[in-house]
Design a protein around this ligand. Sequence first.
Ligand SMILES: [Zn+2]
Length: 367
Amino acid sequence: MSLHPLPTPGFSFELLATLGHARAGILHTPRGDIETPVFMPVGTAGTVKAMTGDELRALPIDAKIILGNTYHLYLRPGLEVMGAVGGLHKFAAWDRPILTDSGGFQVFSLAKLNDIDDDGVTFRSHIDGSKHRLTPEVSMAIQAALGSDIAMVFDQCPPGDADDATHELALARTTAWAKRSLAAPHAPGQAVFGIVQGGIDTARRLRHMAEITALDFDGHALGGLAVGEDIADTYRILDEVAHLLPANRPRYLMGVGTPTDLEKGIAAGIDMFDCVMPTRNARNGYLFVQSGPRVNIPNAANRLDLGPIDPECPCATCRTHSRAYLRHLYLAKEILYARLATLHNLTFYARHVRAIRDRILADGDRA
Ligand SMILES: [Zn+2]
């Protein structure tokens, strides 16, 4: 057995088996164990859209950890509400671990008129245009108020087509902001993960990895992938970089991706994933199946199809309803559609990652 205590008390990472660079383990947290590799459903605004906590906790999804978005929760409902209710766990009635991002990615991608300087970012809310400022210290204070179990450092994520000068400036800021995030007050028992940037240049990635892993983080993330670069470059960077992250800490690939991306990421040595793809695709009519391409539910081919979305899927949607019924609900814009479709896609993702984990445990070397 290989149990590694992490810097934050109550957290440890247990490595069970390895298969090539792929790893199966358990991230132990004060709010419960997280079997890795793990896919974390995204609960942007304090809700994994269309799902209840009971549905997420129950098999076959059995989500051991979900995400919350600092940017969204800071703007709405805001810190006054969050302080009054005692944090996101109580507010959302979710008793398992929560990871919060730092808000940086949303500020750069969603907010209007963001203005970056070496100290932080000034931006206008995408909701009402109000002006706000996010710095490493402010991000950590918001994440402390949310009371997440894992907080992410505030970083600058350049777009996939950014030039060298933009990348270098972003790297210098991200390292400086990582130090400031680590030094800022956290919620009691809150772990903090560092983020490695550097785009698709391997040497730059490795240089930044050395700077970030020299700091005492509980885990390490690769940020700035799947942000518009060619998918071949995403996979190349994963293959060249992920397995070089410290082996005794969890490794997290942020905001990626498709079922194939998860397979590639796990093979490269990643332990944790999040992405809006299963939930957003569900609402947009795309449903994942074990064999074959995604089902596009509004297609006329499904009009008289009385079979389930996926005969191999144990979810309540597949056990109860036909493709024809789901197509009807989608076209009629019935709100039940979003619930049934999301339940199915999250089941697919959970089972996909669990099957890979089982393979690593069965065929891999014991750690
Ligand atoms: Zn299903």
